[in-house]
Design a binder for this molecule. Structure first.
Ligand code: 2NM
Length: 338
């Protein structure tokens, strides 16, 4: 059957060129497997042609057998090669296309949050004056937050409208004076401390208010501490913080825990701030004798001054930030600027 023999030979030759080109076109493992089944599978074209070898003319059988083995070799090799290629491409993709000649990837350095940076600046200025940092709990009792601070039961600050209470009567501290009370209860004068920390108020959140914000309060208690010490210390502090040209103004005010009490304004023009000439920046006063009594200090022997400021407010003034909520959104486009 010469016709059939020729056809087998032609088919083997055709397979020898078609199979490698199909294998190298297989783009993934599934496509490769389909091509493998087509040519090498149990019913694939190569085994089917092999079966026909038996019925080839005796004089052709040797030559065709040799050709068939050659074709089998080529088909198998091109399958193996493509399999290898797809596997290493997959491994390379998984390893992120490693190129040892590329420069190393620089790890981005993190930064301290602007509120932390501001807190650290303020703390450092007072540390240089001999103040030490004191800390205390954020969940407090009414004694440390109000009673010991000469803030009576009918004072509006104690109202449910202004303070966040827990079920058991404890509360989230509304100022860090609680820390000053705790330190005075456990230490004798002289005392020179600053208390930075988180405080909580039942406030409606807007561009200048947050229910949770940060404060730094300071306290100096010894014999013969005067309003002159208060003014001198805080004037020095604001010149360090805002620049040597900064002027400060002490306006009479009322706080339950200090007498006399003042609000402190600074000269905004020196910072290049347009608009108001004076901006309020902190509160302060001479510790009320009633506070000394509640912590067991002799008010005849000791005097002291105390002050407090909002960290967010100071950071906003320093950097010209107009919305307090930016501090809490963790948007790196904001944070990267500091
Ligand atoms: C302020 C303003 C004025 C203050 C008072 C005390 C304490 F515990 F000694 F009584 N600590 N901090 C104080 C005084 C805080 O913040 C605006």
């Amino acid at each position: 059957m010469p016709a059939a023999t020729t056809s087998l030979e032609e088919q083997l030759h055709a397979l020898k060129t078609q199979a490698p080109s199909d294998f190298s076109a297989a783009a993934d493992a599934d496509a490769l497997e389909a091509v493998r089944v087509k040519y090498l599978g149990r019913q694939g074209s190569l085994p089917e042609l092999m079966k026909l070898l038996g019925s080839a003319a005796a004089e052709d059988r040797g030559r065709l057998g040799k050709l068939a083995n050659e074709v089998k070799q080529v088909v198998q090799t091109s399958f193996d090669a493509q399999k290898q290629k797809l596997e290493s491409a997959k491994a390379e993709a998984a390893a992120g296309l490693f190129d040892a000649s590329l420069p190393g990837r620089r790890r981005k350095l993190g930064k301290l949050h602007p509120l932390t940076q501001t807190t650290e600046r303020i703390v450092t200025i007072f540390q240089n004056l001999g103040f030490t940092v004191a800390e205390g709990p954020e969940i407090e009792d009414e004694w440390h937050c109000f009673d010991a601070l000469n803030t009576p039961a009918d004072h509006p600050a104690r109202d449910l409208q202004d303070t966040l209470y827990l079920q058991d009567g404890r509360l989230l501290r509304t100022q860090t004076s609680t820390v000053q009370i705790r330190v005075m209860e456990t230490h004798k004068p002289p005392i020179r401390i600053i208390a930075p920390g988180r405080v909580f108020r039942r406030d409606e959140v807007d561009a200048t208010h947050s229910a949770c914000f940060h404060q730094i309060e300071g306290l100096y208690v010894a014999e013969n501490v005067s309003v002159a010490d208060l003014k001198g210390t805080l004037e020095h502090f604001f010149r360090e913080l805002l620049g040597p040209e900064t002027k400060t103004r002490f306006r009479p005010h009322f706080f339950p825990y200090t007498e006399p009490s003042f609000e402190i304004d600074f000269s905004a023009a020196a910072l290049g701030l347009k608009g108001k000439e004076w901006l309020e920046i902190a509160g302060c006063g001479m510790v009320d004798p009633a506070v000394f009594k509640s912590v067991g200090y002799d008010p005849e022997r000791y005097t002291g001054f105390a002050f407090g400021m909002g960290v967010e407010r100071i950071a906003m003034i320093l950097h010209g930030i107009d919305d307090i909520r930016l501090f809490y959104q963790n948007d790196s486009r904001f944070l990267q600027q500091f």
